[in-house]
Ligand binder design. Structure first.
Ligand code: FAD
Length: 371
């Protein structure tokens, strides 16, 4: 009989939910993380009373009432509604693409005028079968929306020309013919009052946590401690990169304290032109309607990822080659009997938080049924 039922490597959303649920069922869990804090990428650092999303802006949104009730039973959420803006050549436009954007772009007032404008531009480019991202976007929204908001922004994000990117990256571009700047279509959205650490703390309240411990480098000792291992890190690293490196895009965050109460008047402003090297500026206090004396902003710079350059793996590049490599790594993991994989890194998928919660709850249910 080992000391713990579960050793959970990774104190992000997946690990915290799994630990919380299994502890509630009387199981002994130890959560470890290689970082010096819990919460994974949702972690917030308090700077002058402002919860700074140091791994990128996180806005909770979901259509699933069960998930919304679950998170609200742990901590209260505010009524924040994401309404980002786009800056292009010194002018601001509303997002997502809606009647406000079309009014700012073309001076049109009615949905009919806006529709006509977009349809005209789509028929002018006359693309039947898009062969790359540029052609795909042009065939969906026409030239102006593509040139102002998509082309240069996407090229910055991916570090490649839009004509060299596959069309599948953009399957659809949401367009709204109403004056509605709410970015998400989901029924529920908000930010935990007091920041995301409140959610993590509530999940891990009765769970033993050890920080600054890397599962990979300590696995021989750690494996002896628990009956089962829950691993939420990358699979190539788990198997010493023996089948190759999984590819990701990364980001560099430049956090700055500004001695002004309000820097940009909105939480999120995207910079869509190519000669500005960052993709967006986040002003964190606006997520919680902060009234602090000063403010903290973050500029996000797209970055190449390699396991060796110290960058974080943020966005998986889900092309055929990487997906195949990931499934081969997954097969190796299946041969390891007492190992459960979960979370965005081990699954090699971009997950929003509500999706990770749903997948962690599913993993818990599967585990409970197997006991
Ligand atoms: P993570 O949060 O990455 O947690 C994994 C943890 O495992 C990390 O703490 C890591 O240090 C640890 N770990 C890894 N390997 C090891 C090891 N070998 N030993 C010990 N510990 C290890 N979602 C939304 O819903 N809304 C948003 O607005 C949103 N914005 C985002 C913006 C950005 C820039 C990014 C990158 C993501 C965003 N997300 C957003 C997604 C959200 O961050 C994820 O859904 C969620 O954090 C995933 O949780 P996780 O537990 O799977 O992974």
């Amino acid at each position: 009989m080992k000391q713990y039922d579960y050793l959970i490597a990774g104190a992000g959303v997946f690990g915290a939910i799994f630990a919380h649920e299994m502890s509630k069922r009387g199981k002994k869990c130890l959560v470890i993380d290689r970082r010096g804090h819990t919460g994974g990428n949702t972690y917030c650092k308090n700077i002058e009373g402002i919860n700074v999303h140091i791994y990128g802006a996180h806005i909770f949104h979901t259509n699933d009432e069960r998930i919304w009730n679950y998170v609200n039973s742990l901590t209260a959420f505010n009524r924040y509604t994401n309404s980002p803006l786009a800056m292009y050549k010194g002018k601001l436009y509303n997002l997502p693409f809606n009647m406000n954007t079309f009014q700012q772009l073309w001076g049109v007032i009615t949905p009919e005028e806006a529709k006509r404008k977009i349809e005209e531009q789509i028929s002018e480019v006359a693309i039947k079968k898009p062969g790359n991202l540029e052609e795909q976007a042009l065939s969906l929204v026409g030239t102006d929306i593509y040139n102002y908001f998509i082309k240069e922004y996407t090229e910055k994000q991916w570090g490649r020309k839009a004509t060299e990117l596959p069309p599948e990256i953009i399957r659809r571009i949401p367009i709204r013919f109403t004056y509605d700047n709410n970015y998400f279509n989901d029924k529920y959205q908000g930010i935990p009052i007091g920041g995301y650490n409140r959610l993590t703390d509530a999940l891990l309240k009765n769970v033993e946590v050890k920080l600054g411990i890397d599962y990979i480098t300590n696995r021989s000792v750690l494996n002896e401690l628990a009956e089962k291992i829950i691993y939420t890190g990358t699979l190539d690293e788990l198997f010493d990169f023996r089948l190759g490196n999984l590819e990701y895009r990364s980001l560099r965050f430049d956090h700055q304290l500004k001695e002004t109460p309000n820097y940009q008047g909105n939480a999120v402003i995207n910079y869509t032109e190519k000669n500005i090297p960052f993709t967006r500026i986040i002003e964190h206090k606006h997520f919680e309607f902060g009234q602090q004396k000063h403010t903290v902003i973050t500029k996000e710079y797209p970055l190449e990822y390699s396991p060796q350059n110290g960058a974080e793996p943020y966005y998986p590049i889900n092309d055929h080659k990487n997906d195949l490599m990931h499934s081969r790594y997954r097969n190796l993991a299946l041969d390891t009997g007492n190992l459960i994989l979960g979370g965005r890194l081990a699954d090699f998928k971009y997950y929003d938080m509500h999706q990770v919660i749903a997948s962690a709850l599913k993993a818990v249910q599967k585990e409970v049924e197997s006991l």
